[in-house]
Structure formats: C-alpha cells, structure tokens
Design a protein. Structure first.
Length: 223
C-alpha cells in the first residue's frame, strides 16, 4: 500500500508509469509541475518519489534540494533523458537516492522502486489519533480501539489527510488534490462515496461520525 508520487511532465510516460505501478498495488499520484509537486510535499506524505529532472515550474534538482532541506525523508528516484555522468552526479548530489535514464524499461523502474522501498528510513514513528482511531504513518496501519482496521488504499489516504489537518475544513477539491493528484478528473461524487465507506469503518456503531460534514465547505475531523 506504499504511496508513490510521480513528477513527470511527459503525459504518455507518466500515464504508463502510473498504470504499471498501480498494477503492482502501489497508490500513485501524478504531478506534471515541479512547483506544484513541492507544495504538495509540504502537506502530503509519500513512501517514494519518482522525479523528472526537467520540469516546468521548478526543476527536479531544485525540488529535490528544497524537499531535503525541509526534512523530507522519502527516497527519490531521479528520472531524466540526460545520461551524462555530470547530470547523474548533479541529481545524486542534490539528494536523490537513485538515477534512471529515459526512455526507461518499466520492469527496471519497478525493480528500482522495490529496492528503494526496502531501504530503512530514519524517520521517527508518527501516530495520528482521533477518538479511538490510531494511524501509524510508518507501518501504514490503522487500529480502532486497539484492533486492526482494514482500509482500502484511497480510504487510508483520506483518513491520513484528514488527521494531518485535524480541526481544519478540507474542501472536496482539496481532498481530490491530496488523494488523487492535482490533475485528476475524479468527480466529487467519488470523494463522497469513499468518505461514506470510510465512515462506516471508522465509526462502527457510534452515533456520531468521526468525520464531520461542514455543509457548503467540506469535511473535517475535530481537533
């Protein structure tokens, strides 16, 4: 259930990577602009980032540098059409963990993704809580009153986003951006159906829902 961010402005390539990685049971978000990706990384967590070197908005090198400077720990696989040693050195020196030259073989991409995800992170354990719900951001597990709660990938990310912004109202558009990606064509009804399913699981038999609807504005979990 690892969450991967693909930052790539070639639509054909990003679409192929997204489809391939999702077939291997990863949750994949795609962004085509470096500046937008950096803003997303300030509020959303990913287990791995596939980052193109040449991007509109902000280069992959700058995204990598600023992400690392802000304390970002997720492994980064740098992706570029440039195969010179100088480009590889620049990417790795900026904070990338691995380097793959385009056009890339998708089987090699997934092999490198698996290798990077096996590396231990030095990040501390972070547990998000509300009521009797606990979400462990490292093990990617959720418990309710100490018992494991089985969530689908998108349900898990919805809950994680709402818990990270506890006390704040998040609009449907904000939830789509965080969970499905900035360029997603997901309809608001899809968000509502996922929230309905998530509520059934986290609320159990409770009369009041953990997730509140703020009519005309969005959704929130009370602080």
């Amino acid at each position: 259930m690892s969450r991967i961010l693909v930052v790539e402005d070639e639509e054909g390539l990003s679409g192929a990577m997204k489809e391939w990685l999702e077939d291997e049971c990863y949750v994949v978000s795609v962004i085509d602009d470096g500046l937008v990706a950096l803003e997303l990384l300030k509020s959303a967590s990913f287990e791995l980032i596939v980052l193109d070197l040449m991007l509109p908005g902000l280069s992959g090198i700058e995204v990598c540098k600023q992400y690392r400077k802000a304390g970002g720990k997720a492994p980064i696989l740098m992706l570029t059409a440039k195969s010179t040693m100088a480009c590889k050195e620049e990417g790795l020196d900026s904070g990338a963990d691995d380097y793959l030259t385009k056009p890339c073989n998708l089987r090699e991409l997934s092999a490198r993704v698996r290798a990077l995800l096996r590396r231990p992170l030095s990040s501390p354990v972070i547990v998000l809580e509300a009521g009797d719900i606990q979400l462990d951001t490292n093990s990617r597990t959720v418990t309710k009153a100490g018992s494991p709660l089985k969530l689908l990938p998108k349900e898990f990310i919805l809950l994680e986003v709402l818990l990270k912004h506890k006390g704040q109202v998040l609009s449907t558009e904000a939830l789509i951006e965080h969970v499905w990606g900035t360029n997603s064509t997901i309809a608001p009804e899809t968000v509502r159906s996922h929230l309905k399913a998530l509520r059934k699981k986290v609320d159990g038999k409770a009369a009041d829902s953990l997730i509140s609807t703020v009519h005309g504005m969005g959704y929130k979990i009370e602080a």
